[in-house]
Design a protein around this ligand. Structure first.
Ligand code: ADP
Ligand code: MG
Length: 390
């Protein structure tokens, strides 16, 4: 039973203590619940998506944000030679896929003249793009996918673990083997169980002749943190490590933003008015009720929860104290970002939703990524011209 929404909606009175940390003690306020309207915006809390195996597989394509990227519209930073090399290497990998690995090898051999030389001049079954936040790893991975012959899949690490969870390991292997290319974005190494599972999956796919491409999972604003990601990756996936070429992508965040301050929240009344004016495809929710609803929907269905949604309105955003609630919000943030959905909100700025402890803890990568993504979507929703998306 979901408690009345008014009790869940809290607003933060932000002040800073001497260490500069925000005082996150929320002051409770009560808002009338968003009622289902005969016309006007719908509500995410009224949606209960169910996903079959077919749908999970069909969704393994690049998210809309990366539906039109290509090697040609990747602009290497002039002062970052590794970016130019990365495009060449991944392009070479794509060419070898096109002709089943029969040619393109000499070109690749030439390219591997420097530090990134593989032990095998034939190129390997996998390529791993390692680098910091916003350097275009996903852009390159999606570009590779677009050039690759069918059948092919593209998903985040989490989407593949969801797939295994939904189908079972053997059925997931069967569903994916026979593919020419499987792309795994944001390979996560923080859960030993999932890492072992994915290493086993990769082993089976390599044995079945599938080519693999993956990217490292790095967080914004953490200079050097992603530095040894490639070493960690190879160690953790030992059984297939020899099949991967490591491609390093150095540089600044392309969007020149790390963890920017979130735009100022709108008033509750403005959120409601803007949602009403936004037309079909707008969804307006009370934040507390939405978090409750998320606990009733499996995270693998959060994408489906957003079917047909074009803009998102949240009233009464408040700090999230509970880790499991916060992790669900992270998954929703990823799905919103995949779909590039503008977000308009009132309440606590989205960079203050996760506690300082969460932003320091074991899941900090996830939280920081969510803050960065929600902030970008809010900037879009609130009409801030500072958005520097490519
Ligand atoms: N060199 C580049 N040229 C053009 N667009 C880029 C470049 N690097 C990044 N982008 C764009 O910037 C955004 C962030 O890049 P992304 O691929 O998500 O970075 P990463 O996966 O490394 O964190 C995307 O919209 C991407 O298309
Ligand atoms: Mg990425």
């Amino acid at each position: 039973m979901i408690p009345p929404v008014g009790h869940l909606v809290r607003r933060q009175t932000a002040s800073r203590d001497q260490s500069g940390h925000r005082d996150r003690v929320p002051a409770p306020t009560t808002l009338p619940a968003v009622q289902p309207a005969l016309q006007g915006p719908g509500r995410l809390v009224d949606r209960h998506p169910r996903l079959g195996a077919d749908r999970l597989l069909a969704e393994l394509v690049p998210p809309p944000r990366f539906s039109t990227v290509s090697f040609d519209n990747y602009v290497p930073a002039p002062d970052q030679p590794s970016q130019r090399l990365a495009v060449q290497l991944v392009r070479g990998f794509a060419e070898r896929l096109q002709d089943g690995g029969a040619s393109g090898r000499s070109g690749l051999r030439g390219l591997f003249a420097g530090r990134q030389r593989p032990t095998s001049s034939d190129g390997r079954a996998g390529v791993y793009l390692d680098g910091g936040f916003g350097v275009g790893k996903t852009h390159l991975l999606a570009s590779l996918w677009h050039e690759a012959p069918e059948p092919k899949r593209f998903g985040t690490f989490v989407e593949y673990t969801n797939l295994v969870g939904a189908l079972g390991f053997r059925a997931a292997v069967d569903a994916l083997s026979g593919h020419r290319l499987v792309c795994i974005d944001e390979f996560e190494l923080d859960d030993p169980g999932d890492t072992v599972l994915m290493a086993r999956l990769l082993r089976e796919l390599v044995d079945a002749g599938t080519r693999l491409a993956a990217t490292s999972n790095t967080l914004p604003d953490a200079l050097g943190e992603g530095r040894f990601a490639a070493e960690d990756f190879l160690r953790e996936i030992q059984s297939v490590a020899g099949h991967f070429d490591i491609v390093r992508v150095d540089g600044e965040d392309y969007r020149h933003r790390g963890l920017p301050r979130a735009p100022e929240p709108e008033t509750d009344a403005d959120v409601v008015a803007r949602a009403a004016a936004a037309g079909p495809g707008a969804v307006l929710d009370d934040f507390g009720a939405l978090l409750e609803h998320l606990s009733t929907v499996h995270p693998s269905r959060y994408g489906a929860l957003l079917d047909g949604v074009e803009s998102v309105f949240w009233r009464g955003v408040c700090p999230v104290a509970d880790q499991s609630v916060a992790l669900r919000l992270v998954v929703l943030a990823d799905r919103l970002y995949d779909r590039d959905l503008p977000l308009v909100m009132s309440g606590t700025p989205l960079d203050s939703v996760f506690s300082a402890e969460m932003l320091r803890g074991g899941y900090r990568k996830k939280y920081r990524r969510a803050v960065s993504r929600l902030t970008a979507l809010t900037r879009e929703g609130h009409g801030d011209a500072a958005r520097g998306e490519g």
